[in-house]
Design a protein around this ligand. Structure first.
Ligand code: C2O
Ligand code: CU
Ligand code: CU
Length: 451
């Protein structure tokens, strides 16, 4: 698929490798079987990414990025939000099926030094989700500076699956990003800003440059999140081994899908499991971007005797998709630079773009017109708030097994016709937008009223 948004090549950083930073599992303020409460604080900080001066950054409960919020299906979640920044921000829960008044979109600004509380019930299956700033016309800069974190949803079904789940041992989240560092080690967003998505030349995983992890000779699960403002990552193992994809954005696939490489556009997630038992202790294999830039080194250190257990054959029961007998709606993302639009219009906080019925399936045709180079054709990752959808077809063909699960973000290449089946279970006003965050800030976004 098309990767032409990535104008800046990644380069392998010239510095020694360091152990991958593991986001902390956020300690709850209180927790029972049915309830959990967290405090999430957005603040400024200084982060040591590499030798030399510290970098001025933003973070949640820390100087850069954020912790993992663990929630369970059925649980009532209470989150105390604090904004210690000198500007307004929002806390958006990307992928959670929750009512729009707690979704943290651009309507929910919390002023500098302000705070707010949100309450919702988790009503969806186990998945790796994330959260980030969605401040009006400031999302791209605030996310670039560090405002993103993770949400792990677990449920009885995921408890019962025999998959790697020892955090930091055989289960690792990987937030992929890249940044430019200036001579003083600063991000300096204004100077590297790009209308079509600010990128960088230095890959970071969880904020670590040249990261490695130590693993045993066992299945290792990687929960990969594309947390970049604009870059598409196309990932494979350095020795071109196969691995299995087990989950998409919103939950497990039906069965593990054997893959050799996978593409993630901004906002998308994929979980993969890698068989490390075929390597010897002392060996190393890397996850690389297709440009062969190393993203993460896996060093085999622990000896695990005995043979590897097979993966579960069945991971999930996905409801069948209904195909074509449903109301149809067209969504078109077009333009580049300042000229980006969604269905021919720029975002307006005061305008509802269309209304859909709650608990009613619809088919959406999503497209990026193939016009001329003058108009600018580029792939756009399309994301919808408050919902998980399914892909019905790409150019008339059913989706590949690896994208037949729950999705909330999908890369739409120019000229390709994509149909999705979508059903909102929550009422309110939800955003749909390009997840190239600069496009979103520049107006490639619309609002859906669900009632
Ligand atoms: Cu990941 Cu509107 O967001
Ligand atoms: Cu979102
Ligand atoms: Cu876009």
């Amino acid at each position: 698929m098309n990767r032409e948004t990535n104008t800046v090549e990644l380069k392998a950083p010239e510095q020694p490798s360091s152990k991958l930073h593991l986001p902390t599992l956020l300690k709850s303020d209180y927790e029972t079987d049915t309830e959990v409460s967290y405090t999430v604080v957005a603040d400024e900080g200084q982060t040591s990414f590499r030798e030399g001066p510290l970098t001025e950054t933003y973070g949640y409960n820390g100087s850069y990025l954020g912790p993992v919020l663990q929630v369970r299906r059925g649980q009532q979640v209470h989150i105390n939000l604090q904004n210690k920044l000198e500007e307004e921000t929002t806390f958006h829960w990307h992928g959670l099926k929750i009512p729009s008044d707690v979704d943290g979109g651009p309507h929910h600004a919390i002023e500098a030094e302000g705070s707010a509380e949100v309450d919702f019930t988790v009503d969806q299956e186990a998945a790796t989700l994330w959260f980030h700033s969605h401040a009006h016309q400031k999302s791209a800069e605030q996310v670039y500076n560090g405002l993103s974190g993770l949400i792990f949803v677990e449920d009885e079904h995921s408890d019962s699956l025999d998959l790697p789940k020892e955090y930091g041992v055989n289960d690792f989240p990987l937030i992929l990003q890249e940044r430019f560092f200036d001579e003083d080690n600063q991000f300096n967003y204004d100077t590297v800003y790009n209308f079509d998505g600010t990128t960088g030349d230095t890959p970071l995983v969880n904020g670590t440059i040249r990261p490695y992890i130590e693993v045993g000779q066992e299945w290792v699960r990687l929960r990969v999140v594309n947390g970049s403002n604009a870059r598409n990552y196309q990932l494979r193992l350095s020795d071109e081994s196969f691995f299995y994809q087990i989950a998409t954005d919103g939950g497990f696939l039906e069965t593990p899908v054997e893959r050799k490489e996978f593409l993630l556009s901004p906002g998308e997630r994929a979980e993969i499991v890698v068989d490390m038992s075929k390597y010897k202790v002392g060996e190393e294999v890397s996850l690389v971007d297709i440009s062969t830039t190393e993203i993460l080194a896996l060093q085999i250190t622990g000896d695990k005797s005995g043979s590897l257990k097979p993966l579960p054959e069945k991971l999930n029961d996905l409801p069948p998709v209904e195909a074509d007998s449903l109301p149809d709606r067209q969504i078109e993302m077009s333009g580049m630079g300042h000229m980006v639009t969604l269905n021919g219009r720029k975002f307006d906080l005061e305008r509802i773009d269309f209304t859909v019925e709650q608990d009613k399936k619809e088919v959406w045709d999503i497209a990026v017109p193939n016009t001329s180079m003058m108009m600018g054709d580029m792939p756009h990752p399309f994301h919808v708030h408050g919902v998980q959808f399914r892909i019905l077809s790409r150019n008339g063909s059913p989706p590949e097994a690896y994208e037949s699960g729950w999705k909330d973000t999908i890369l739409v290449p120019p000229g390709e016709a994509i149909k999705i089946e979508i059903e909102f279970s929550q009422p309110g006003i939800f955003m749909m937008h390009c997840h190239i965050l600069e496009h979103e800030d520049n107006g490639m976004m619309g609002q859906i009223l669900v009632e």
